[in-house]
Design a protein around this ligand. Structure first.
Ligand code: NAP
Length: 337
């Protein structure tokens, strides 16, 4: 079986995923594309020598007979309506993060998927497919550092255009919310957000950076620095402090330079490069999930919902300054792997 893919949104990641489908991955072809920019669509067709049908309306693409899997890579607030529409058509869906910008939106998608009676959707949380995060999880799961006590993480982007710190939660922190839950096999019970001095280099009124502190059900404390305009690179850090030792996410492998009285390695600046291999494995997993008829790999709508419940609470905590409780609902059997 070959998956006939329709892509909604052909900006930065949409184009990168299309390149993967065309040049890297097995058992798939891109048959349709939609975006609000016709110019972008023509450019993608031409540059990748594709002959995908162009739709000006994402909903028309979703309804079209030639598409059996919809890949949603449009801007965050549009994901919910496209994912819901695709599921209601009974189509398979790969939706970039966030699945929806609120937990309420994610819950609507869960209800629609459960109504269809089978798993149809995977969410674009790629970090559990990264070899570094997988090695870190193995160390923790094998008990090599003992019980995790603390987790220190940082998510730093060179720049961002958003000017509202709640978007730093739903767009940026959301990766951390998913991966730490997976890494520690745990759930969040409270969140607090504290703001240091605002960087003068952050756009508009954006309070950047921010520090988000969680407590988990098993008692681990997690702190995540979210720095959306750190200027120097795309830098993802994660260190787990256990009872017997400390385990740290490896930095991407780079050449070590000795030059002009300096000793250094380059730091990546583009997120596409940092997780290039993880995106490949993640999307092949989606294709394999669909073809096998069993969603055994990758983030589910429930995982996205759990992250969104925590994200909603972080936004509340940004405003209140208090430690806010997180009420995580129980996962239905439908989503148990
Ligand atoms: P982008 O470059 O701005 O691309 C988004 C594309 O969607 C643009 O071409 C945009 O057109 C188009 N679009 C906007 N509204 C639309 C609509 N209603 N219907 C169809 N197309 C529409 O953004 P990006 O960086 O590719 O990000 C896209 C999504 O992927 C975001 O949700 C982001 O959170 C996610 N993402 C995930 C990762 C990851 O690591 N998993 C990394 C990057 C991005 P205009 O430019 O004309 O508005």
């Amino acid at each position: 079986m070959k998956l006939n893919i329709g892509v909604v949104g052909v900006g930065a990641i949409g184009q990168d995923h299309i390149r993967r489908f065309v040049q890297v991955l097995q058992n798939c072809q891109v048959v349709a594309m939609s975006d609000i920019s016709k110019e972008n669509l023509d450019k993608v067709n031409k540059s990748l020598n594709l002959n995908a049908k162009i739709y000006s309306d994402g909903h028309e693409l979703i309804r079209s007979k030639e598409v059996n899997a919809v890949v949603i890579t449009s801007w965050d607030p549009t994901h919910e309506e496209y994912a819901l529409a695709a599921i209601n058509e009974g189509k398979y869906v790969f939706c970039e993060k966030p699945l929806a910008v609120t937990a309420e939106g994610c819950k609507k998608i869960i209800d629609a998927e459960m109504k269809q009676g089978k798993r149809l959707l995977q969410v674009g949380f790629m970090r559990p497919f990264d070899t570094g995060y997988r090695a870190l999880k193995q160390v923790i799961t094998e008990g090599q550092i003992g019980r995790p006590l603390l987790l220190h993480a940082a998510h730093r982007n060179v720049t961002n255009t958003y000017t509202d710190e709640s978007i730093a939660i739903t767009n940026t922190l959301i990766h951390e919310l998913d991966v730490h839950r997976w890494l520690l096999d745990d759930d969040y019970v409270s969140a607090q957000v504290v703001f240091p001095n605002k960087s003068s280099l952050a756009p508009g009124e954006l309070k950047d950076p921010q520090l988000v502190i969680f407590k988990t059900a098993k008692g681990t404390i997690i702190n995540v620095e979210v720095f959306a305009n750190c200027q120097y690179g795309y830098d993802i850090q994660c260190e787990v402090v256990g009872e017997k030792g400390i385990a740290k996410l490896p930095d991407p492998s780079q050449i070590v330079m000795r030059k002009e009285a300096k000793f250094y390695i380059d730091i990546l600046v583009d997120w596409k490069d940092r997780f290039i291999a993880a995106y490949d494995v993640e999307l092949q997993a989606f294709i394999d999930n669909v073809i096998s008829g069993r969603f055994t790999q990758g983030a589910s709508a429930w995982d996205a919902y759990a992250a969104a419940v925590a994200a909603d609470t972080c936004i509340k905590a940004q405003k209140s300054g208090a430690i806010e409780p997180i009420a995580m609902p129980k996962m239905p059997d439908f989503y148990k792997k």
